[in-house]
Design a protein around this ligand. Structure first.
Ligand SMILES: *[C@@H]1O[C@H](CO)[C@@H](O)[C@H](O)[C@H]1NC(C)=O
Ligand SMILES: *[C@@H]1O[C@H](CO)[C@@H](O)[C@H](O)[C@H]1NC(C)=O
Ligand SMILES: *[C@@H]1O[C@H](CO)[C@@H](O)[C@H](O)[C@H]1NC(C)=O
Ligand SMILES: *[C@@H]1O[C@H](CO)[C@@H](O)[C@H](O)[C@H]1NC(C)=O
Ligand SMILES: *[C@@H]1O[C@H](CO)[C@@H](O)[C@H](O)[C@H]1NC(C)=O
Ligand SMILES: *[C@@H]1O[C@H](CO)[C@@H](O)[C@H](O)[C@H]1NC(C)=O
Ligand SMILES: *[C@@H]1O[C@H](CO)[C@@H](O)[C@H](O)[C@H]1NC(C)=O
Ligand SMILES: *[C@@H]1O[C@H](CO)[C@@H](O)[C@H](O)[C@H]1NC(C)=O
Ligand SMILES: *[C@@H]1O[C@H](CO)[C@@H](O)[C@H](O)[C@H]1NC(C)=O
Ligand SMILES: *[C@@H]1O[C@H](CO)[C@@H](O)[C@H](O)[C@H]1NC(C)=O
Length: 872
């Protein structure tokens, strides 16, 4: 199993990429005496520009027309005196196409076309724009080389070509642009070396060339950039040492060399002169040597990332003086000696109150965790893959802002402290591959933010605490390879509805696996092999439609392989081997096109082996150790099925179950799955509520006036529902005082009258405790003399199932859902089989299932119902 890694680096690059550069306001140069073209030429050049590029309909270019003077076109600014274009700024305008020649706009000082879809190369006549100071073509798809002519634009102050597809080398004459303050060439495909001439750009403050394919060494001349504040060279193919001159960049704030092939002894004899330095990153290189305990004339260091090198020695205690240190990544080096005391230098981290992220993963640290660590204000502390021993101290509870705590692959012993439940912000907890013992603290249930919990490969015992159900954000729960016992708590499984991976294999778990697993709509991996689980495999697993990996091998499951596995369209790996499963192999499995590996060996399966899908490939399946199988492809060398009796009887049963399952697409019928299972196993609901309907249909007569009064003149406050054919009001009939529901047909609606008749016809014939009982009907005229038809039903205080499923704040418990499903099954059974003439409801959906005060379900709305005289 691949170990998850909390990479600070990714977070760090994200941070880096989002850094904002501050550009100083700049003094403009006075104009020189280059030959000028008239303002007519500028207009012509703009029109050529417009004709070359496409933008979205009604985009900015469509406003470049003669209804306005060109100096007023959007994005264009002219000089007042000469009416010449000085600024062309069209950022993020969806401009597409390649740039036309632009050299005629000789007064241009600022050209900003960033964030468009420009293609092709940068026009070479850009070199004619002698007044150009700011060029920003970032975030386009420009190709080709950076034109050497650009270096003739000697007034350039900022050049930003970030995020294009530029290739070739950085032109050497870039060193001539002596006014450059900002040069950003990152995220292209530039090759070749970094020109040493850049060392001549004495004003340069920001130099970014990260994310290219630059090779060779870092030129020593860069050490002459006395104004340089930011240097990004990360993610290239640079080699050699960092020239010692760079440690003399007295203005430097941020130096990033991450992910190159740089080597050498890290700062061996170097004397640092970087008083301004805030961020320093050399991760993912090949540096050797120790991290010097110096850095002392740097005072404000915030970030130090030296991960993934070959550094040796210890964590320098000297880092403890940096009160602004925020991020410290030392992971994946050779630090520590694997002995006690290795982490003692952390005791001198007394001033580092700003430290939030500390990664010491994958080193050679031994000894115990120093207590001082628990006085910091850390948000992320990872120490995985070292040789740290001792207990996880109860003081861990002090680190209340911790979001990530990882100590996998160490030598920790003892119990997991209860105080871990105080870490309310914890999102990732990784304790796997240690020697922790004892119980899982139920205080883990307090960690409501937790989405990743891994405690695999320890000696943990006892039950899985049901309190974990409160970790509503849990996506990955890994508890395998421990000694956990007891059953898998049903009320845990049903609640963690974000769960994607559940690893429980290699424990001592008993009992049946909870059917509530069917509620886990995101479940992708379920591993419960090598336990002592028994009972049937829950058919509800068929509801976990995104399941790809299911391993239930080496338990004591019995019964059939659920037919519902036919719904697991994404399943790739299915292992049910070494259980006590019986019955036939469902033919549905051959339709699972993603299935690569199916292991059903060592069970009591019988009958025909299918021959389609995964069964076509003899290396994809294992069925050995089942004595009564027959058929299948020839390579399996099983006896032909004609020799064996079984296998054919199952057909009819398959079909009816299939139909029941097929209905499960609608919300109500999802429950039919459960209904089916309940009916199949003959469970019966015993509590029968005494019916509260004293009056049979037709016994009570009501008039329009009475209904008007009963419902407060059909006031909107009594409106409890709207259907296709009418509205439903709550009311109190004066004769009875019991609340009723009055369904008033909207006779303007086509089909409403017909539906009224249908409903009356049906309701006259039927009576069942799970059907909505009718009290009476009313066919009359209203006060305007229009026809009026209404039906009066028993009032259902708990409203519709639809409301419970989608709108109620409290969700239905499993028990309630089951009861409702059973009620519905009784109702349908009654309609389909118990009535003289079978009736199809025709519109069964959650909004037509109503719940009375005791949450007993009643099917209502028979407006679309039909008699099926021939169905018997
Ligand atoms: C060009 O400038 C001249 C004088 O400054 C002005 O008369 C003329 O209208 C301008 N032409 C355009 C197209 O703006
Ligand atoms: C640039 O100006 C010259 C002279 O006015 C003209 O011939 C040429 O077509 C112009 N080019 C563009 C792209 O505007
Ligand atoms: C010309 O531009 C103006 C805005 O400058 C715009 O309102 C008008 O619709 C445009 N006319 C055409 C024909 O695109
Ligand atoms: C260039 O434009 C992009 C996007 O419009 C902006 O984020 C970036 O800061 C600009 N570059 C400079 C150097 O101003
Ligand atoms: C740069 O400008 C000089 C004159 O100032 C000219 O001779 C040379 O051809 C130009 N080079 C490029 C590449 O445009
Ligand atoms: C960049 O250019 C290369 C070669 O011209 C091409 O293969 C690649 O698809 C381009 N990438 C983008 C993002 O345009
Ligand atoms: C860099 O500047 C030095 C003087 O400071 C000069 O001699 C040299 O020619 C310049 N090099 C380039 C490539 O501009
Ligand atoms: C990096 O450079 C070396 C030679 O210096 C070359 O062998 C290697 O392929 C390059 N790697 C990449 C990713 O360009
Ligand atoms: C660093 O700068 C000092 C003075 O500014 C100079 O004496 C020293 O040689 C420089 N060191 C390097 C390695 O460039
Ligand atoms: C937790 O964070 C809060 C808010 O940033 C801060 O006030 C508090 O001191 C921190 N406490 C600890 C123990 O880190």
């Amino acid at each position: 199993m691949e170990m998850p890694v909390f990479s600070l680096r990714l977070q760090w690059w994200f941070f880096l990429v989002n850094l904002v550069i501050c550009i100083r306001s700049l003094k403009l140069e006075s104009l020189s005496s280059t030959p000028t073209f008239g303002n007519e030429t500028d207009k012509l050049a703009l029109l050529v520009f417009k004709n070359h590029l496409a933008d979205v309909p009604n985009g900015v270019l469509s406003s470049w027309n003669d209804s306005l003077h060109f100096c007023q076109w959007q994005g264009v600014t002219c000089s007042r005196r000469h009416q010449r274009v000085t600024v062309l700024r069209l950022e993020g305008q969806s401009l597409a196409g390649s740039l036309p020649p632009i050299g005629n706009l000789t007064f241009l000082r600022e050209l900003v076309l960033s964030n468009n879809n420009l293609q092709g190369s940068i026009p070479t006549d850009i070199g004619l724009l002698r007044r150009l100071q700011h060029l920003n073509l970032s975030t386009n798809s420009l190709q080709g080389e950076i034109p050497v002519e650009l270096t003739n634009c000697s007034n350039l102050i900022t050049v930003d070509l970030t995020r294009n597809n530029l290739t070739g080398q950085i032109p050497f004459p870039f060193g001539h642009m002596s006014k450059l303050l900002i040069l950003r060439l990152g995220r292209n495909s530039l090759t070749g070396i970094i020109p040493f001439t850049l060392g001549n750009l004495s004003s340069l403050q920001h130099l970014s060339m990260a994310f290219n394919h630059l090779e060779g060494g870092i030129p020593h001349d860069l050490g002459r950039l006395k104004s340089l504040k930011i240097l990004y060279l990360g993610v290239n193919n640079l080699s050699g040492m960092i020239p010692s001159s760079l440690y003399n960049l007295s203005s430097a704030i941020e130096l990033v060399f991450t992910a190159n092939r740089l080597s050498g002894n890290f700062m061996s004899s170097m004397r640092f002169s970087l008083p301004q330095l805030l961020r320093f990153a050399i991760a993912q290189n090949q540096f050797i040597g120790i991290i010097p305990d110096i850095l002392s004339n740097i005072s404000g260091l915030e970030l130090l990332d030296v991960g993934e090198n070959y550094l040796t020695g210890q964590v320098p205690g000297g880092l403890g003086v940096f009160k602004d240190l925020y991020w410290l990544c030392l992971e994946s080096n050779k630090l520590g000696r694997g002995m006690s005391g290795d982490l003692n230098s952390l005791n001198s981290f007394t001033n580092t109150s700003s430290l939030r992220f500390m990664s010491l993963d994958r080193n050679n640290f031994g000894g115990v965790l120093p207590n001082s660590i628990f006085n910091l204000s850390l948000q992320s502390l990872t120490l995985g893959d070292n040789r740290i021993s001792g207990n996880i101290p109860g003081d861990i509870g002090n680190l209340i802002n911790l979001t990530t705590f990882g100590v996998a692959q160490n030598d920790f012993t003892g119990v997991i402290p209860t105080s871990i439940g105080k870490l309310q912000n914890l999102r990732q907890l990784e304790l796997s591959w240690n020697r922790l013992s004892g119980l899982l603290p139920s205080s883990l249930g307090n960690l409501s933010q937790l989405y990743y919990l891994n405690m695999s490969h320890n000696n943990l015992e006892g039950n899985i605490p049901a309190s974990l159900r409160n970790c509503q954000n849990m996506e990955i729960l890994i508890l395998d390879n421990n000694k956990l016992s007891g059953s898998v708590p049903a009320n845990l499984i049903g609640q963690l509805n974000q769960l994607r991976s559940l690893y429980l294999q290699q424990n001592l778990l008993t009992g049946s696996f909870p059917a509530e697993v069917g509620e886990l709509k995101n479940l992708n991996e379920l591993l419960v092999s090598d336990n002592k689980l028994s009972g049937e495999i829950p058919m509800e697993l068929g509801n976990c439609l995104v399941l790809e990996y299911l391993d239930m091998a080496r338990n004591s499951f019995l019964g059939n392989i659920p037919l519902s596995f036919g719904f697991l369209r994404g399943i790739r790996f299915l292992d049910l081997s070494r259980n006590n499963l019986s019955g036939t192999i469902p033919k549905e499995l051959e339709h699972l096109s993603a299935l690569l590996s199916l292991n059903l060996s060592y069970n009591y399966l019988e009958g025909e082996v299918p021959s389609g899908g995964v069964f076509k490939n003899v290396s994809g399946i294992s069925i050995t150790g089942n004595k009564k199988l027959c058929g299948g492809i020839r390579q399996l060398q099983l006896p032909a099925c004609s020799d064996i009796e079984s296998g054919k009887n199952g057909k009819g049963k398959h079909l009816s179950i299939k139909i029941i399952i097929a209905i499960s697409i609608t919300a109500v019928s999802c429950l039919a799955l459960i209904v089916a299972s309940v009916l199949l196993y003959g469970r019966k609901k015993t509590s029968i509520k005494s019916s509260s309907t004293p009056l049979g249909y037709g016994h009570l007569r009501v008039t329009y006036q009475e209904l008007l009064k009963a419902t407060g003149e059909f006031s909107s406050s009594n409106l409890i529902g709207m259907g296709s054919f009418g509205s439903v009001y709550k009311g109190i009939l004066s004769q009875d005082k019991t609340p009723v529901a009055v369904k008033v047909l909207n006779l303007q609606q086509r089909g409403a009258a017909k539906s009224f008749v249908a409903e009356c016809m049906v309701l006259r014939k039927i009576q069942h405790r799970n059907l909505l009982s009718i009290i009476t009907s009313c066919s009359s005229v209203d006060h305007k003399g229009s026809e009026f038809k209404a039906l009066v039903f028993e009032y259902m205080p708990n409203g519709s199932l639809d409301n419970w499923l989608h709108h109620e704040s409290r969700s239905l418990s499993f028990r309630e859902r089951l009861d409702i499903a059973i009620d519905l099954a009784y109702a349908l059974d009654y309609l389909h089989h118990q009535c003289q003439t079978p009736i199809v409801h025709g519109d069964l959906k959650p909004s037509n299932v109503l719940l009375d005060a005791d949450m007993v379900a009643h099917v209502g709305d028979f407006g679309l119902a039909k008699f099926l005289p021939d169905a018997n």
